[in-house]
Design a protein around this ligand. Sequence first.
Ligand code: AHM
Ligand code: MG
Length: 327
Amino acid sequence: MEASRIAQPIGIALDRFIKNNQDHFAYASGELSQLLRDIALASKVVNREMNKAGLIDIMGPMGSQNSTGEEQQKLDVLANIRFTRALKKGGEVCALISEESETFEDLNNDGGYVVAIDPLDGSSNIDVNVSVGTIFSIYRRKSQIGKPITLEDVLQKGSDQVAAGYVLYGSSTMLVYTTGHGVNGFTFEPSLGEFFLSHPDMRTPEDGKIYSINEGSSNSFDNQVTKYVAHCKEKKFTARYIGSLVADFHRNMLKGGIYIYPATAKDPNGKLRLMYECNALAFLAEQSGGKASNGKDRILDIIPTSLHQRVPFFVGSTKMVEKAENG
Ligand code: AHM
Ligand code: MG
């Protein structure tokens, strides 16, 4: 379901873009704008840490302390701390769901938003200098401001998202997000410390020729997925699997393709998490003209039953996802 799309000139700074488009938000109080800025700020800090990743061993082993006396952390833990801190200080978020925490965290009871985040997805790729990402979903809280957080606040379905996006720490760092009016991508300019609009109104091609799936598990794919992979080979599609969801998704959105993480013997419900991996990317996929499902049903319609619930994930070009769904 696409609403009106935002049109802005290439090169506009993220802050200005957010400000210019504030009246597109359902509740244009400025809080959601501030929240997006907080996420952008934290991502710049994480980006800085990421760029030093290979140097950490040189500068001091894990377990040692840095100059400000903090323990040196693995980057996914560190990213979680950075985002949590930024959202807590910002004040707009009442509850934070994170891949890194078993239960949700109460941040500010006066906040009107709930955030679900995977602070650093694909973090096993950092050691080998491969792109990783941050994925986030933003919801309005359902309970009254100031009252205790309820399960209804934290277990909202994907179609309730008011904004979602990702940061891709790749050959350049990009922030890509939607507020339900199309998808826009911003590239980080390190010397200025600012994101600039580089990919306005991103569109997923309706069809594509790239398929991304971990074929190492092909012995345990069900018939539907086995058949679809055979179809991709028959058509001589290109296989591309980085093993870093944000990077695979980003490439497919730009070039046309499908990403599948199906149910496998090891992960009977798939590996990926509904609340902070699939919902955000499903929202972005739909907003850019693509499609996302669990192989049968629309991801955004799934009513979550737990914070860390897993789902099989099929996302990308509409025609490819439809073909994969129909076997
Ligand atoms: P993570 O959240 O533990 O980093 O796992 C998610 C990652 C995705 O980025 C990636 O697409 C997938 O796991 C790869 O899994 P596999 O190695 O099983 O193919
Ligand atoms: Mg993850």
